[in-house]
Design a protein around this ligand. Structure first.
Ligand SMILES: N[C@@H](CCSC[C@H]1O[C@@H](n2cnc3c(=O)[nH]cnc32)[C@H](O)[C@@H]1O)C(=O)O
Ligand SMILES: [Zn+2]
Length: 433
């Protein structure tokens, strides 16, 4: 017996279809089954009237630390170095699986409410994050953040932990969960760790999620230590490939842009985190000019401080315009692709998600234009979404054919209960310091 949902009168914002034409879309089980001007309403289980609403693919956030919602507002106005070493890492020392589960659920509430259906995460206690993903109904790529600082024993344990996560969670939750390797960065993971990860990623056909070239300090330290910039070093040790998603990529030489292009490395751009930690401005328009796949990420809620991907896209666009003094760069159409098809490509999921096409997974959101900040209707749907809207204009969120929010009401998660538990968790974590 199929579960069918008909969405009618929707303005579909698709990659090749930036038109204002009302259409209907039929969901059968977890898939988009039909898109047409009209679809027969008989025999469908549920009808959603999307009059005045823009329909687009569920958004894809390619760099998060979801459980860090617990540390939102904990330590603001600091550099990355001090923020991590003096504040975040001491707090993280007291985390456990239950705290990470509740932090991930809080993150999931925020993602669903702001229209993100897929996120790529790197953190600890990832089996518990997987449990939260399963319960919340969203889609995720999960990696365990591996750090060895050159310690061989720690290296073995970290790799084992990530492999264990792969074995226990890859394909879990009706295929909504996929597992990647998560070597934290070239400054916290040793050359031996990175080389081993490359070998295992090839063996297990797993992607790799890593932070690269986030701050100027990272570049200078890398030059001091090895005489090479981070991407030059990663290329030299044979680490790079099309399965690598590099978060940040702020400090890049022209030669490194060539290296990224040559190895088809995927970039996750995180403008709010880069601005807040004063890390710098990633040369995104230059990367796009070079046909490099640039996706979008929020980073953790503790360096952002929210997970609103529409706000992130607007920031990305405006930041490129002001830094190049060219208003034509990073248009709203390009911004939409960063959170949809480019995000899917970055995660190797382009055949499943990232666009509204028959046969793809039914990961769909509706944005209500009947809101003060979206009236009158812009001639371009993407302009109205990127420049005028924010996550709170998202009205309906569907993932894998299941409705997770309708008319701004969550259908699966109990948000008040989650807020209360998250407040209690952070209180306990602060007391433990
Ligand atoms: N197994 C590791 C866990 C690493 S999880 C990933 C780490 O990335 C940290 N993190 C969050 N945002 C950033 C960032 O922007 N740059 C670098 N690290 C970050 C986060 O706090 C967490 O410690 C360990 O034993 O420490
Ligand atoms: Zn990060």
């Amino acid at each position: 017996m199929n579960n069918t949902i008909l969405i009618k009168n929707a303005l579909i914002l698709n990659l090749n279809n930036f038109e204002n034409k009302k259409q209907s879309l039929l969901i059968k089980d977890d898939l988009i089954a039909e898109i047409a001007e009209t679809i027969d309403e008989g025999n469908v289980d549920k009808i959603i009237d999307a009059e005045g609403k823009i329909l687009l693919p569920g958004l894809i956030n390619t760099h998060t630390h979801l459980s860090m919602t617990l540390f939102r507002g904990l330590a603001d106005d600091l550099s990355l170095d001090s923020w991590l070493n003096d504040h975040i890492w001491p707090m993280e020392a007291n985390l456990n699986g239950d705290y990470c589960y509740i932090g991930a659920l809080l993150g999931a509430v925020e993602l669903i409410k702001s229209g993100t259906t897929t996120f790529s995460d790197m953190y600890f206690y990832m089996e518990d994050v997987a449990r939260a993903v399963e319960d919340a109904g969203i889609r995720a790529v999960l990696s365990y953040g591996m750090i060895d600082f050159g310690d061989a024993e720690r290296r073995e344990a970290e790799i084992e932990e990530n492999l264990q996560l792969f074995k226990s969670c890859n394909g879990m939750a009706d295929g909504r969960i996929k597992v990647f390797f998560g070597p934290h960065s070239p400054y916290t993971a040793s050359e031996d760790l990175l080389i081993k990860v490359r070998e295992l990623a090839d063996e297990y056909n797993m992607g790799i999620h890593i932070h690269v070239s986030e701050t100027e300090k990272e570049i200078n330290d890398s030059l001091d230590e090895r005489g090479l910039r981070p991407f030059e070093y990663l290329e030299k040790i044979g680490f790079l490939g099309p399965d690598v998603v590099a978060a940040h990529c702020v400090w890049l030489s022209d030669e490194e842009i060539e290296i990224i292009k040559k190895h088809d490395v995927k970039v996750s751009h995180n403008p709010c985190s880069n601005m807040k930690l004063a890390s710098g401005i990633a040369p995104v328009s230059k990367l796009i000019e070079n046909d490099i796949c640039v996706s979008i990420g929020t980073d953790g809620a503790s360096s952002n401080n929210n997970l609103d991907l529409i706000e992130e896209l607007k920031t990305a666009s405006l930041l490129q315009k002001v830094s190049t003094l060219d208003p034509k760069v990073l248009t709203s159409d390009e911004a939409i692709t960063m959170a949809t098809i480019k995000g899917a490509e970055a995660l190797g999921l382009e055949n499943e998600i990232g666009s509204i096409e028959v046969g793809k997974k039914a990961d769909i959101i509706l944005i209500d234009t009947n809101s003060a900040n979206m009236v009158p209707d812009s001639s371009s749907l993407s302009s109205n979404v990127i420049y005028s809207a924010n996550g709170s204009n998202v009205d309906t969120t569907i993932c894998n054919g299941k409705i997770l929010m309708e008319n701004k009401k969550l259908t699966v998660l109990d948000e008040q209960e989650i807020y209360d538990k998250a407040r209690k968790a952070i209180k306990e974590l602060k007391e433990a310091i």
